[in-house]
Design a protein around this ligand. Structure first.
Ligand SMILES: Nc1ncnc2c1ncn2[C@@H]1O[C@H](COP(=O)(O)OP(=O)(O)O)[C@@H](O)[C@H]1O
Ligand SMILES: Nc1ccn([C@H]2C[C@H](O)[C@@H](COP(=O)(O)OP(=O)(O)O)O2)c(=O)n1
Length: 347
């Protein structure tokens, strides 16, 4: 096997998507026409899922699982804001416009923007959208992905309107983790991440802000039939069972970290599970080391109904997390790179 083929990443994306250009650049576009440029110039519809729920409802925890299993990029608005605080940078945010929108904060002659964000978070308040939307937009562009979980956003109507206005992206759906306050409070008090806002006083303020500001956003999307409400008061694994069902139509990433793993997978002839009644087909992008190439003709069929039972048959290894079953028809890939053709690939 050639050395350069050691690191292989296959990414599966929806073939039916259309290309326009980068995230949030074109004000003429609307709704789900939004897309981003793939490495090969291929078309990729941008899929955004807003993940909402009270503080401590388990958004971050479940997002980590969704990332592993469905190849989304997780963007936590709170994490981006905290990163902004620790960078201590002014980052061009010190514009008058944004500052004027921050209520009840006294400014000395110079106040770093990061300090303002920190003060607001300490108070359980919502940072102005100018800041958060810019951070999200930048992170989306930098990710190179087209599937995003935007966690903890939009927190209020202002967030929602600003995001839609700036990016022209309409979310695919809203994942709402519903959890009683007592349970959320218990979780936050034992989260132990050293967060300035995980103390009883700020937690209670955050609950109030959630009810007053974030519930209306959830109701807004609810009225459009876009909300998946999940009972988050259950153990992590049980919550994820429900989440998996919701995400199963959104495909899985196919990652092969090395041929060693692929060879161990081809022992399992799950290609037989190919179900052509499911007409969703996916384009496979193949990246090798620094090279990037796309197998336009490579098609993966995924049958969501067999994902979980089949994945249970495959032993888990350190580098492969089992998320989805896929049958691969990929003649060029096998001819060029493999001695043994893969019947079946897992991520
Ligand atoms: N279903 C659950 N049951 C019990 N504890 C959970 C559950 N989900 C998350 N946690 C824990 O609760 C805390 C808050 O979860 P986190 O995912 O950070 O919430 P959020 O992002 O909504 O604020 C973390 O310490 C996490 O490990
Ligand atoms: N869209 C957002 C998201 C978070 N923030 C601020 C205010 C929130 O209380 C903190 C923490 O948010 P984060 O989503 O990380 O955490 P919790 O869900 O509250 O546990 O960040 C914001 O101002 N605007």
């Amino acid at each position: 096997m050639e050395k350069k083929h050691k690191q292989v990443v296959m990414r599966v994306s929806n073939q039916a998507s259309r290309e326009v250009d980068g995230v949030g650049d074109d004000a003429d576009r609307a709704g789900n026409k939004h897309s981003t440029q793939g490495n090969n110039g291929s078309e990729k519809k941008v899929i955004v899922v807003f993940v909402l729920g009270g503080p401590g409802s388990g958004k971050g925890t479940q997002c980590a699982n969704i990332v592993k299993n469905f190849g989304f990029t997780h963007l936590s608005a709170g994490d981006l804001l905290r990163a902004e605080i620790s960078s201590g940078s002014e980052n061009g945010w010190k514009g008058k416009e944004a500052i004027n929108k921050i209520p009840k904060i006294e400014f000395a002659s110079i106040v770093f923007f990061s300090t303002m964000i920190q003060n607001m978070i300490k108070e359980g308040k919502i940072v102005p959208s100018e800041v958060t939307v810019k951070l999200l937009q930048r992170a989306m562009k930098e990710s190179g992905n087209n599937k995003f979980l935007i966690d903890g956003f939009p927190r209020n109507e202002e967030n929602r309107a600003a995001f839609e206005e700036v990016t022209k992206i309409v979310p695919e759906f809203v994942l709402f983790f519903d959890c009683p306050e007592e349970e959320m409070e218990r979780r936050l008090l034992s989260r132990n991440q050293g967060r300035v806002d995980d103390n009883v006083e700020t937690i209670r303020k955050r609950f109030k802000v959630f009810i007053e500001s974030s519930i209306p956003v959830i109701e807004h999307y609810g009225s459009k039939g876009k909300v998946h409400k999940v009972n988050a008061a259950r153990p992590v694994e049980e919550v994820f069972e429900t989440v998996k069902e919701i995400f199963s139509p959104y495909g899985a990433n196919v990652y092969l970290n090395s041929f060693q793993h692929l060879n161990s997978l081809v022992r399992y002839p799950h290609g037989h599970y190919l179900d052509l009644r499911d007409d969703r087909s996916f384009r496979v992008e193949l990246r090798m080391s620094n090279e990037s190439m796309t197998m336009d003709h490579a098609v993966v069929f995924i049958n969501p109904t067999i994902l979980w039972p089949v994945s249970a048959l495959i032993p888990q290894t350190q580098n492969i997390s089992l998320a989805a079953a896929a049958s691969v028809l990929c003649p060029n890939f096998t001819n060029r790179c493999l001695q043994t053709p893969p019947l079946f690939v897992l991520f």
